[in-house]
Design a protein around this ligand. Structure first.
Ligand code: FNR
Length: 189
């Protein structure tokens, strides 16, 4: 069986190192995972005033999450937390009340930063948010990638063999996790 996975890149920057990382993860993923990006950059700032009538862009965003069986967050760390754009996207997905797109949907978190703790603090914050959103989250492995110059090119090619091996293992473990969760918590629809 193939599992559809939607990944969100937490950065809106053109030269985003996390986007490079996401391309690498797509390349390294085992064949049972079909990854596609769910874009967050076009969403307006969320307010519950929209709950009665979500704009088309937000409907499409929630629909994209509904169509995948799992989600993967590839995020930078901004000021020791997740970027506002990503939190905004999560807030859109979590509402209107009773229509939380993440409920029971397995997730994984990964990220890269030039700093040596490699987005660890942002990932910890994101874990708390996803926990509240009732998303079963892979505990282990964790992946905190320190981005050194030219570690990953724009096409997702990794220059360091050890990093490539580690990220391949991460995606294999994520695939096992997704399969396990969906066996125990099958989708209701
Ligand atoms: C950063 N950066 C950063 N890095 C880090 O390791 N911890 C942090 O708390 C922060 N804080 C932070 C805030 C803001 C507003 C910016 C713009 C940057 C540096 C950051 O890791 C670096 O810019 C990466 O390139 C961000 O990833 P993307 O956006 O290129 O994927």
């Amino acid at each position: 069986k193939t599992y559809k996975v939607g990944y969100m890149v937490g950065s809106l920057a053109k030269g985003s190192i996390n986007r490079k990382l996401s391309k690498a993860l797509v390349k390294l993923a085992p064949p049972e995972l079909a990854l596609q990006e769910i874009a967050i950059g076009e969403l307006p700032l969320y307010s519950y005033d929209y709950d009665a009538d979500y704009p088309e862009v937000a409907r499409r965003f929630k629909q994209a999450i509904a169509e995948v069986e799992a989600v993967l967050f590839v995020t930078p760390e901004y000021n020791r937390s997740i970027p506002g754009a990503l939190k905004n996207a999560i807030d859109w997905a979590s509402r209107p009340w009773g229509q939380n797109s993440f409920s029971r949907k397995p997730s994984g978190v990964v990220g890269t930063s030039p700093g040596s703790i490699g987005t660890a603090v942002a990932q910890q914050h994101l874990r708390g948010v996803l926990c509240f959103c009732n998303s079963p989250l892979m505990n282990t492995m964790e992946a905190y990638i320190q981005f050194t110059p030219d570690l990953i090119d724009d096409d997702g090619n990794i220059s360091n063999q050890g990093t490539a091996d580690f990220l391949r293992k991460y995606m294999q473990e994520y695939a096992v996790f997704v399969q396990r969760v969906l066996t125990v918590l099958p989708r209701e629809d």
